[in-house]
Ligand binder design. Structure first.
Ligand SMILES: Nc1ncnc2c1ncn2[C@@H]1O[C@H](COP(=O)(O)OP(=O)(O)OP(=O)(O)O)[C@@H](O)[C@H]1O
Length: 282
């Protein structure tokens, strides 16, 4: 990541305005009989970008799918703009929450433009085709992910990163006020990672991002939720969510915060955790 690219990461276009878009109360999330998370309570403010971080298998994808209404919580409830999520019909919910999953495989027979146009379906009356507003939303989303010239390309001929960007474009075209992206920067080269996060911050929407890269998460998100040990720590700004002690406890690695010489932002440098050598017998 060059210093120029780092410098281009802007502040959010719309800061948190204090109202609450999404709330989770005492959620238990289970897959089959396996309880992944217990007692998760959190609130996402309108216009906020909330990051979800945690080690592999800690439940990031499960939490996002539960917050988006794809998974039913085993206990507790999710509220969207004050309404219980399970009371919102699926089509209306899809106009208000867009989720782009981590491992989605788009149908191979589609062209890129057709894939992105799927994001418009919740906005169309049943059996009605797309109108000019839909086509404009698709073109805009393709431009946002740098695939403006790829609308006619078959999806199965895209590279992994291009396919990921096409799926993200479908989520952007859905034009929902709440956007949930699971590992959006996976497979993307560094320029597209930074551009995507810049686009997301410029949307002025409420966004929940699950991310592995702690430095990217810290630079893109207003607050972070750290998943650990079957629970979620309360959302907090990166500086307090990712202290060296917290990183060591949750991820098992040592983190050294350094100030970037040009941006002044704090970055974490990681090294494996080394235990002190036992003293040699005398
Ligand atoms: N279909 C499934 N059946 C059984 N267990 C599952 C299934 N999907 C996920 N799990 C388990 O649920 C737990 C949480 O998985 P999840 O995918 O939510 O974690 P994650 O934090 O997103 O992981 P990663 O960082 O690896 O993407 C893991 O222990 C995982 O093995």
């Amino acid at each position: 990541m060059t210093t120029e690219e780092l410098r281009r990461l802007p502040a959010p276009a719309t800061g948190p305005d204090g109202t609450e878009r999404l709330r989770a109360e005492a959620l238990d999330c289970a897959i089959g009989r396996h309880t992944v998370l217990r007692g998760v309570s959190l609130s996402v403010r309108t216009g906020e970008i909330l990051g979800v971080v945690g080690p592999n298998g800690s439940g990031k994808s499960t939490l996002l799918r539960t917050l988006a209404g794809i998974h039913r919580p085993a206990a507790g409830r999710v509220y969207l703009d004050g309404t219980p999520l399970d009371r919102i019909p699926a089509r209306r919910r899809a106009r208000r929450i867009a989720l782009v999953g981590q491992e989605e495989e788009p149908p191979a027979e589609l062209r890129v433009g057709e894939l992105v146009a799927l994001g418009r379906v919740p906005h169309q009356p049943p059996w009605a085709g797309e109108d000019e507003a839909d086509r404009a939303a698709v073109r805009r989303a393709l431009r946002q992910v740098d695939l403006a010239d790829a609308a006619d390309r078959p999806v199965d001929q895209l590279s992994g990163g291009e396919r990921r960007r096409a799926l993200l474009a479908r989520g952007l075209a859905q034009d929902a006020p709440l956007l949930m992206l699971d590992e959006p920067t996976n497979h993307l080269d560094v320029r597209h990672q930074l551009t995507l996060l810049e686009v997301v911050r410029g949307l002025g929407r409420t966004v929940v991002l699950a991310m592995h890269d702690l430095n990217l998460a810290a630079s893109a998100c207003d607050r972070l939720v750290v998943l650990h040990d079957g629970g979620a720590r309360p959302p907090a700004p990166a500086a307090s969510a990712l202290t060296p002690d917290a990183v060591l406890e949750v991820f098992g690695v040592q983190a050294v915060p350094v100030a970037h010489p040009f941006t002044g932002h704090t970055h974490l440098l990681f090294t494996p955790h080394t235990r002190p050598e036992p003293e040699a017998p005398r």
